[in-house]
Design a protein around this ligand. Structure first.
Ligand code: NAP
Length: 289
């Protein structure tokens, strides 16, 4: 069993960490907001006193942070991961970041003699809790294979995508499509409801149609009926992913007009104050509230 250090005990990181503990791993935790460490410590994790203390306690350091900027901060801040990393240690970043950011982090980490694997995940709070995430890996294939037993404590499938950056890119593709689907679903359904079609009928017909998909079946009820927007996948992170997808498309020289249009809805919903609500709140970009 590995000595694992886990940083980032948010919606995803907390249950992922619980599954590492349930898998019998020796887990140390660290979180910017320290109060979030207490439930994990009660469940058997050790509390690190700082980022560098966490690295010293660990063979494998895992981060599940907000975005590329937060990962870069944790890696490069004084007293952060970089000065403490050393040969024999491995750093696994599971945050959704851009391929460019992942490659830069890999470069910095490998300069210390440590190994680096990117491992973004597919699946939300429930899959993180149930240990059924799909984990995409980018980096050396032998490292991915070596870490597979550890990763499978948090998920039920590991897919190696290629070199560093490829898993990060694939993860963005999935969220680029997810975010865009929800935008067109919101505008089409709201138009239908305005014309008098009941929300329930719209959802029922879509379920039986060529456009039926998990994105709509998971989020449709909340978007059209309940509107609780309970944050499982915070809109601010979906906004970040749409932004990164636009940037990645542009740097590849591929036009991304549909993703840009969807990004503008995410920006509008975020600016209306829905950043900490669920991705389903993108609907609010199109409503009066
Ligand atoms: P979250 O609940 O917002 O948690 C973010 C974590 O990052 C928290 O522990 C937070 O610490 C920490 N953090 C943020 N900025 C930081 C900084 N500057 N320095 C140090 N720590 C910082 O997010 P999440 O939903 O768990 O998502 C985590 C990542 O997984 C994101 O990249 C997201 O896009 C991706 N993802 C999410 C889902 C989902 O459905 N939620 C699914 C797949 C992938 P504090 O506690 O101090 O705020």
């Amino acid at each position: 069993m590995a000595k694992v250090g886990f940083i980032g005990l948010g919606i995803m990181g907390e249950p992922m960490c619980r599954n590492l503990l349930a898998g019998g791993h020796d887990v140390a935790v660290y979180n910017r907001t320290r109060a979030k460490m207490a439930p994990l410590v009660a469940a058997g994790a050790k509390a690190a006193t700082s980022l560098s203390d966490l690295v010293r306690r660990s063979d494998v350091v895992i981060t599940m942070l907000a975005d590329p900027a937060s990962v870069m901060e944790v890696v490069t801040v004084a007293g952060g991961l970089l000065p403490a990393m050393s040969p024999g240690r491995t750093y696994v970043d599971m945050t959704t970041v851009s391929p460019e950011a992942s490659r830069e982090i890999a470069r910095l980490i490998r300069e210390t003699g440590a190994e680096y694997l990117e491992a973004p995940v597919l699946g939300s709070r429930k899959a993180a809790t149930d240990g059924t995430l799909t984990i995409l890996t980018g980096g050396a294939v032998d490292l991915s294979r070596r870490l597979e037993p550890l990763l499978l404590a948090m998920g039920n499938k590991v897919i190696h995508m290629g070199d560093t950056g490829m898993a990060a890119h694939m993860k963005l593709i999935v969220n680029q499509i997810f975010g865009t689907i929800l935008c067109v679903f919101a505008e089409a359904a709201l138009t239908g409801m305005e014309a008098g079609l009941p929300a329930g009928k719209i959802l029922e017909v879509i379920r039986h149609s060529v456009v039926a998909c998990p994105a709509i079946s998971n989020k449709g009820e909340d978007m059209l009926k309940e509107r609780t927007f309970t944050p499982n996948f915070p809109l601010k992170h979906a906004h970040k992913d749409m932004r990164l997808a636009v940037e990645t498309g542009k740097s590849a020289g591929v036009p991304v007009p549909v993703t840009e249009a969807a990004l503008s809805l995410f920006t509008a919903a975020r600016d209306k104050g829905f950043g900490n609500r669920d991705i389903s709140a993108v609907l609010r970009a199109l409503t009066g509230e």
